[in-house]
Design a protein around this ligand. Sequence first.
Ligand code: MF3
Ligand code: CO
Ligand code: CO
Length: 249
Amino acid sequence: MSIIIKSDREIAIMRQTGRIVATVLEILKEQLQPGMKTRELDIITARELKRLGAKSSSKGYQGFPANLCVSVNDEIVHGIPGERRLIEGDIVSLDLTAVVDGFQGDSAITVGVGEVSPPARLLMEVTREALYAGIAKARSGGRLGDISAAVQGYVEPRGYSVVREYTGHGIGRQMHEDPQIPNFGLPGTGPMLRKGMTLAIEPMVNIGDWRTRVGDDYWTVSTADGSLSAHFEHTIAITDGEPEILTVV
Ligand code: MF3
Ligand code: CO
Ligand code: CO
């Protein structure tokens, strides 16, 4: 395993990519409405990325056919946007990876369609907060396991489960670099964190059990028990001080 350290110049490029990814996700969130086909989100993504001078990294990645992943309700990640129409009360995970000048940015949000049920709203809130709990541990001198443990330690006491078969990851010139970043683990274990590491931290949280299954399209990952799932992700850089979130507007 080798973790690639980025220079300040490279991180400056990733800041630009991150801003574009965050901008497109904000636009998608604004545009989301009941009755919309998930394919329309893909079309908006293609248009906005082009306008902003970025390219989707998902399209064509191991044959993935769309510009972003759209995962609805019990779908966790890697949903393919298509003819499905969103309805009031759905929760939708939008996961966008894009590249500018050879450097990747990766971020995901889960948003409600219109009014959503209190349990669904709470799930989204806990998953988002778990991401920030993980990010807070992304500090030089700490260990990778500190991030994993912080996510798990936020989620499980609240009665939810963390998905175990998919992880966060290093990110840079490649969408997926070392190290893998599980959403569970032990503090004080794993590689030492250092300034210049760039990481995609991405808790996937289920109301029910952590087990998953892959759909007939060979992409869509859903909860095995049919329970709701949420997903939040940021690309961050480790600095001398506070972690820097790169996927912000
Ligand atoms: N954005 C995903 C991640 O968080 C990966 C996209 S899978 C793809 O790692 F097939 F859509 F590219
Ligand atoms: Co992602
Ligand atoms: Co990712």
